[in-house]
Design a protein around this ligand. Structure first.
Ligand SMILES: Nc1ncnc2c1ncn2[C@@H]1O[C@H](COP(=O)(O)OP(=O)(O)OP(=O)(O)O)[C@@H](O)[C@H]1O
Length: 254
């Protein structure tokens, strides 16, 4: 069964069809990329999946349950985790404390950091930090971390919510090329070991072709192609609108 079933998802802003009749499935343990030129509708699509935007029409089902109409927080609780283009952590707290906070929130415990909570979920937090190879930095304040380490911490925080589906919006933005490869390789391992499904947007085609199991291509709000890296690379329409460099919106009738 698909983890995520998206059907006829559509959203317009004034006269602009930002996302138009987008349908796709995401399987369990799949690492799926959503790509497209600037303004193609990727962010709008993500914001409808995580509840920040209400679609004009269409349906989004997670493990058979409808997400459209629910609030972002409820959608997180139903099993949709997310990482952000701009990493969100509490900079004055340590790496471990940030993961503990996420675990406390996930288990709906009262936040009482200055008493017992200091030890709450410490073991679970360290296990998640092991997963992203950050255990050795557990006691460091987040304000001291390098950007690549913050992104790995953000992954641990997202996993604290035990998502069935993880949405990653440009996970490697702002990273050096070697860090990009490392973060996506790590994410790929987590997809495999934890059976989490991942949908990510990405502008770096090297990252996409190296890591995605399957690729969806959006242009002007519409899905124009879907397939493996090889299929996408060879697709003339994709080459024309996206990979050819030059004017990405040049193709008429797309
Ligand atoms: N809040 C909004 N109000 C009006 N128009 C919007 C709004 N959000 C997005 N759009 C328009 O919808 C279209 C799709 O934008 P979107 O940000 O989803 O594309 P994108 O593929 O994420 O682009 P990028 O790669 O540059 O982030 C664009 O034409 C954009 O100008």
């Amino acid at each position: 069964m698909s983890v995520l079933e998206v059907r006829d998802l559509s959203k317009s802003f004034g006269g602009v069809e930002a996302v138009a009749d987008v349908s796709f499935d995401l399987g369990a343990g799949e690492f799926l990329a959503l790509i497209g030129p600037n303004g193609a509708g990727k962010t709008t699509c993500f914001n409808m999946l995580n509840g920040y935007l209400r679609p004009d029409r269409g349906s989004v089902k997670l493990e058979g349950r409808e997400l459209v109409g629910r609030r972002p927080r409820a959608i997180v609780r139903m099993g949709v985790g997310r990482t952000f283009q701009i990493t969100r952590t509490f900079l004055s707290m340590t790496v471990r404390e940030n993961v503990q906070m996420a675990l406390i929130s996930h288990h709906k415990r009262m936040f009482d950091f200055w008493s017992r909570a200091v030890r709450m979920y410490e073991g679970e937090a360290d296990a998640l930090l092991d997963l992203v190879s950050m255990r050795d930095q557990a006691a460091r304040p987040c304000s001291e971390l390098a950007y690549g380490d913050l992104k790995r911490l953000e992954l641990a925080i997202a996993l604290a919510h035990e998502p069935a589906l993880l949405l990653m919006d440009e996970p490697t933005a702002g990273m050096a090329p070697s860090e990009r490869v490392a973060l996506m390789a790590l994410t790929g391992e987590i997809v495999k070991s934890r059976g989490v499904s991942v949908l990510f947007t990405e502008h770096d085609m090297d990252v996409v072709f190296a890591h995605a199991h399957r690729i969806l291509v959006l242009n002007r709000g519409r899905l124009i192609a879907e397939g493996s890296g090889a299929e996408i690379r060879e697709n003339p329409l994709v080459q024309e609108v996206y990979l050819g460099g030059g004017t990405v919106f040049a193709a008429e009738g797309v």
